[in-house]
Design a protein around this ligand. Sequence first.
Ligand code: NAP
Length: 284
Amino acid sequence: MRTRPFGSTDRSVALIGQGTWNIPTSGRAAQDAVGALRMGIELGLTHIDTAEMYGSGGAEEIVADAIAGLPRDALFIVSKVLPSNAGYAGTIRACEQSLQRLGTDYLDCYLLHWRAGRPLSETMRALEKLADDGKIRSLGVSNFDVEDLEEASSHLRRHPIACNQVLYHLGERGIERRLLPYCQQHRIALVGYSPFGSGDFPTPRSVAGRVLATFAERYGVSAHAVALAFLTRLEGTFTIPKAARVEHVRENAASANLVLDDDATDAIGTAFPLPDANAPLAML
Ligand code: NAP
């Protein structure tokens, strides 16, 4: 499993992680999801992304089942506070509740899910307090563009922003223009979410989809695995596909050791081009 330094933290983290949005949280499907997450961890997909929002806390409980009994320091667990629960006291409370649902003493990184509502200064102050108290090992944000990152950083005194989690898939490469270079320069891990367009993946019947299929055949992996390798080719990038099915987890893990050659990178980059101009950060 390939890893790289996670922003300014001292951790080296798997390029391919596991998302948990819309993961089943009850019945047989939930048991299967626990099994899929657990198998992903065994295959090296140890960066688990969750949030208090997902399943109203249910996704965090599924993660708790998947990580039960595993060595904590081999995992990289990330959760997020909802903007409506943010601010100073709200962020502290939300984090403590996430820790309880996850059955762990600390988060490896804790993010503000998106910017809204409460003053950013208060939420950043709370994140620093959580880091001082050892409840989170690093702090970050999600869906922040360059100006938002600058403003958030201006409120921090002791702990830098380690991570910015943003929408990044083959059809949505805008972050490569301005946001990613900024993150690279400031040692902020760029974690791309919805790498398969949240289920809207190019089919082999499309021209661009055929390009992916060609390289999938050449490398002996799935088109989805080729996409993940493309989305983690640049310094400082990570990706967190969600897969509730074990066969999908296996395919995604196969991309972890795949390094695309220049031919493949160029062809995929041409099939799924960068936008011509800077645009506001896209989000789901
Ligand atoms: P995604 O990962 O782009 O796509 C998930 C879909 O792809 C599921 O239907 C999954 O099916 C399918 N899939 C997974 N692996 C596959 C494979 N190898 N072959 C074919 N299909 C495959 O969608 P996402 O859940 O929107 O994004 C991923 C994660 O990013 C989320 O779970 C969440 O943790 C995070 N996220 C963060 C934000 C934010 O605002 N910070 C927003 C959105 C998402 P199965 O589940 O049936 O296996």
